[in-house]
Ligand binder design. Structure first.
Ligand code: SF4
Ligand code: MSK
Length: 642
């Protein structure tokens, strides 16, 4: 059996398993084997009830679905629907944040305030809002209203798309794929991919790209930028990661999901002297607020609060017996949690009307003032502390530095008087840094947990490629110790190590949560703007990767990176491989359409080779290819890593 995880804390918990222990995600993944190959290859269609149809290209009887749909059309429809679903998730998150900003602007008693006026003014400028003689609240209201209008607009262009380099915008206009309104593009994907509408896989994918752009340059960017206005733009901050951050003596509250709208209030509530005093009366030493997944990333990058793990560790956190409340919002929350929580004392708390779970206690954020709701949740956890039974917290925890927003990178590289990406571009041109790779995305029990994230990242930095991370991938590399400045000396190539040492940054930069992939789009646009590396994102020596992806959101992210001109490689597999025609389209023909294309490679070593070769070919085209020799990883080096 393949190793389940390279994370010792996971091994520790799974070794402890008895026949009475609750199931884990790995047990259920085993029980599902073998997975349906039609589904895995994208060849199963459930778009109408004449089916479901499973097609088999090349077979006499199963070449087409009942309606006559070919494999490439079925695969395209399924893939586009994954994009639409992913885009919907990120964008609905963005909408909630825009509504919260409007609340902050209009209601002084809401509990929310504007923490970053500089960012507010920057976004106002990007939206073309006249800020003269306006109060901060008036500007914030105008920004929130403009962002909200982007969701429902029928014609025109989503505002943030204008931050992309001019040639990129022109390319999108040529293909008629500039997103008009965020909701509109998602709806149109759903319409076109229903039974008997768009029957051309290329046309379906152009609309898929439009919906993905509505996510990356729309919903996700709105979420990121407006969260920065409300809660502060991240800057480098120290933190700790892994199950060992849970405390034996304090009340542990673990936030989990994606939206920081409530968790920011929990950060305040957990410091409330009255609640800390109450915790002490119950025998606890204090209150420990930690997180899982992207809500964790949000409170990490702004407050340095600890991260208990990535997605596959959510059940194991409860298994420690030390979690007094797990507070979930939306996305990536396993429906198994109530079952696991029942075996321990953990109180499972839901907070979003969009994400209800039977067996959980619901605290609706809209019921009361959010800070009151947060305090009530903290109190619930405190009152549950005395119900703890046996506690087993693995020792593993690792130090890290996170919070590398686009603005923070700008500042680190150029200092406060000449904030700029020029030093980054200079170092890419002189070959100290070969290129930049975004390594992002989920964990997936189909592959050894964390292994691909860590080994890919190690090989990239050894070859002088600066790695920017988000999501569960960032948590995986943080656990491996890569998010510390000393990693540069130990693992990075000579050139990258020199730059990291001069600037004082790690070679692996944690930029935030899944919606914060939009920070990478802005950073790439900035690199183009600074000059010397071509006139469009597609000319930059950069690449993207999601080595252990699982979520539809990852597909939306992959597609907006590709449509923005970035070569993007996914691990595990992609549900497109059943159609050669469709595969050729996204793995080859896309390069001509977008200057970026998809790739798929399950082996992290081979994935590293694909990315390094791609970056080298871009360097060659830019005429900056002279540089250092490639570091080749042999089997011994790979084994040492494991
Ligand atoms: Fe089958 Fe066509 Fe209906 Fe899909 S849309 S289920 S291929 S009949
Ligand atoms: S949480 S979307 S498993 S990265 Fe953003 Fe992790 Fe993927 Fe969820």
């Amino acid at each position: 059996m393949a190793k389940r995880s390279i994370d010792k804390s996971v091994e520790h918990m799974l070794d402890r398993k008895t026949p009475d222990s609750p199931e884990t995600i790995w047990d259920r993944a085993d029980n599902q084997k073998p997975h349906c190959t039609f589904g895995e290859q994208g060849l199963c269609c459930r778009a109408c009830y004449m089916g479901p149809c499973r097609v088999k290209p090349g077979s006499k009887k199963r070449e087409r679905g009942v309606c006559g749909a070919t494999a490439e059309v079925i695969v395209a429809r399924n893939f586009a629907r994954m994009i639409a679903s992913g885009a919907a998730a990120h964008s609905d998150h963005g909408r909630d944040v825009a509504e919260t900003l409007l609340l902050a602007a209009k209601d002084p008693d809401s509990g929310y305030t504007i923490r970053d006026e500089r960012k507010l003014n920057k976004v106002a400028r990007a939206f073309g809002i006249d800020t003269k003689d306006k109060t901060t609240e008036e500007i914030a209201a105008a920004v929130a209203e403009t962002a909200l209008a982007d969701f429902g607009r029928q014609e025109g262009e989503v505002a943030f798309t204008h931050l992309a380099p001019e040639p990129r915008q022109a390319l999108w206009r040529d293909h008629d794929i500039v997103p008009r309104g965020i909701d509109r593009e998602i709806v149109e994907v759903m319409h076109r991919t229903g039974m008997g509408v768009d029957q051309d896989h290329r046309s379906i994918m152009l609309q898929g790209a439009r919906a993905a752009l509505a996510d990356g340059w729309g919903g996700s960017m709105i979420a990121t930028e407006l969260q920065d206005i409300l809660f502060g733009t991240p800057s480098p901050v120290r933190g700790q990661v892994n199950l060992g951050v849970l405390s034996e003596t304090e009340v542990n509250i673990v936030v989990h999901g994606h939206e920081p709208v409530l968790s920011e209030m929990l950060v305040i509530a957990a410091k409330d002297p009255e609640l800390i005093a109450l915790a002490k009366t119950k025998g606890a030493a204090g209150i420990n607020l930690a997180g899982i997944c992207c809500t964790a990333n949000e409170i990490l990058i702004r407050h340095g609060l600890p991260v208990a793990g990535n997605i596959l560790q959510q059940e194991l956190a409860i298994w420690t017996g030390a979690v007094d409340a797990m507070v979930v919002d939306v996305q990536c929350i396993m429906p198994s949690l109530p079952e696991v929580a029942r075996c321990y004392h953990t109180r499972l708390v839901t907070t979003s009307p969009k994400g209800r779970i039977p067996g959980a206690k619901h605290f609706d954020l809209s019921d009361k003032r959010p800070l009151d709701t947060a305090k009530a949740i903290v109190k619930e956890a405190i009152l549950n502390f005395p119900n703890r039974d046996k506690v087993d917290i693995p020792d593993e925890k690792m130090d890290l530095i996170a919070g590398f927003s686009h603005e923070a990178i700008n500042y680190m590289l150029g200092g406060s008087f000449r904030e700029s990406y020029s030093p980054l571009n200079d170092n890419v041109i002189n070959g100290r840094i070969k290129g930049v790779a975004g390594v992002v995305g989920c964990s997936n029990p189909k592959v050894t947990h964390d292994q691909a994230h860590v080994s890919l990242t190690e090989e990239l930095i050894a070859n002088d490629i600066l790695v920017v991370q988000t999501g569960c991938s960032a948590i995986a590399c943080a656990k491996a110790g890569f998010l510390r400045p000393e990693t540069a000396e130990k693992y990075a190539g000579k050139g990258l190590a020199e730059v990291c040492k001069a600037v004082g940054m790690p070679p692996v930069l944690h930029s935030g949560s899944c919606v914060d992939n939009s920070r990478i789009l802005i950073a790439l646009s900035e690199m183009v703007k600074i000059g010397g590396l071509g006139s469009d994102i597609s000319e930059l020596p950069v690449a993207g990767a999601a080595p252990e992806w699982m979520s539809e959101k990852a597909i939306a992210i992959g597609q907006y990176f590709v449509a923005s001109g970035v070569y993007t490689v996914f691990g595990v597999g992609l549900p497109v491989e059943g159609s050669k025609i469709f595969s050729k389209h996204i793995f080859k023909e896309f390069e001509e359409v977008f200057g970026g294309m998809w790739g798929v490679e399950a082996d992290p070593g081979k994935m590293a080779t694909l990315i390094i070769d791609h970056i080298n070919s871009k360097r060659e085209k830019l005429g900056i290819s002279k540089g250092r020799e490639r570091v080749l990883f042999d089997m011994k080096m790979r084994r040492e890593l494991e």
